[in-house]
Design a protein. Structure first.
Lengths: 225, 225
DNA sequence: GCTTATCGGAGTATTTCATTCCGATAGGAT
DNA sequence: ATCCTATCGGAATGAAATACTCCGATAAGC
């Protein structure tokens, strides 16, 4: 799932690096399905790593969560660039959604509000939204995507599917999710159907959730200005 | 949201009954979004009711969860019967899904495994699945539903959307959910599209999650036999 | 005005969790 | 071969969260 940078190490150092990825993958799985409240011990167990090893790399739970968010946003941005480079606009969009759901990019959602967002994170988030806007615009112009679907609809869709899955996910879960995703993507295609109900989702609503309780997060306010 | 049986009471008794529904609605909201691990206090607070009042009615958290499951399954069965009675097969199915998502019928999913399932619950679950089978069969025969979609796909779809929503859900959340649901339902319609990937979801997979850890749940085994 | 069912929430014992500490293990240098 | 040290795993710890109980306050019904 996670892309590994192959830089050959030896012995203990190799194990350390391997563990790092194991932890990150496990953390994503655990926090995505059980929310930010999930215990660190669950991450360690799933990664097959001791608590000591985990804390050697991440000084606190918050640090791990932040790292996780950044990683997901970076991967998401990478996938977005690939989508824009795809020959067909619709295929690019569909592939982007599938990829993001694949590594549970939208799993950040439940984490919103549990950690104080750094300026760095805001920057990445902003960039991600801009890229998605571009993808959706292209698919609209190309006629592959039904025109009443907005970029934020797609965002929510990714989040919806990212959170799916039991605490202990199995291949069967993946299978079911793939099917539902295929159904949803099919529903996204341009076609003479009923217009979508309600109003387009707002950026304010999407962004507001990240406000960390108790402290003023200035970045949000400038974001919403 | 929840259908109330209007049996006029007076004064304190009326308040008691009103509280009962407040608690049930709040509990569904809380457990659906935060999982079975959510604190009882959160339910009380959301219902605007003291802990005392809550425990007067439900002797334990487990009892509340069980009651919640039964209620959701009963409401779901009611919606299913209405769907079968609908003039149009497709409209019946779509309405059923929307109704179930509306009262978060699929929110039972995350509760699976957290409580020991009673025979009564198995009975209701079984009945629900039979009804859904009938709805899906009818929609297939009628040609409105794409034929590679199974009843369990629909089941998972309902669960997917039932779990959606932030801890503190807002009208904006509902709006976004409605739109995504419209997209998904549109993807469900019969139409010359790519067949669904993977294999149809299995009953075993769906049912297995309800196995309560530590104790053998005989009903599951007979269910799977 | 009195009785009593019901209400809300503070209090308690228990559990869960984040974080720390340390003995064990095994690369890698001498 | 042997010692040194980085890393590992998980038990120990103190703090926070949580299920559940208890009780004084409130107001309906007579």
């Amino acid at each position: 799932m996670t892309e590994r940078v192959e830089r050959p190490r030896r012995g203990r150092q190799a194990e350390a690096e391997r563990n790092d990825w194991l932890v990150l993958d496990a953390a994503r799985e655990v926090f995505a399905t059980r929310g930010a409240g999930a215990p660190i011990a669950a991450v360690a167990e799933r990664a097959g790593v001791g608590m000591g090893s985990l804390y050697r790399r991440y000084g606190s739970k918050t640090e791990l969560l932040r790292r996780l968010c950044m990683l997901a946003m970076e991967q998401s941005a990478g996938a977005a660039e690939a989508a824009l480079a795809a020959p067909d606009a619709w295929d690019g969009l569909a592939g982007f959604v599938r990829t993001c759901v694949g590594f549970r990019s939208g799993a950040l959602g439940p984490l919103a509000g549990a950690i104080e967002t750094t300026p760095e994170m805001w920057e990445a988030s902003r960039r991600g939204r801009d890229l998605l806007d571009a993808i959706v615009d292209r698919a609209h112009r190309d006629g592959g995507l039904r025109e009443d679907v907005t970029a934020l609809d797609v965002m929510w869709l990714i989040e919806l599917f990212s959170r799916w899955g039991a605490a202990r996910s199995s291949p069967e879960d993946d299978n079911a999710r793939q099917r539902l995703l295929a159904i949803a993507l099919d529903g996204l295609r341009a076609r003479g159907t009923e217009p979508l109900p309600g109003t387009p989702p707002s950026v304010e609503h999407y962004v507001e959730r990240w406000r960390y309780p108790g402290r003023v997060t200035q970045a949000i306010d400038s974001e919403l200005a």
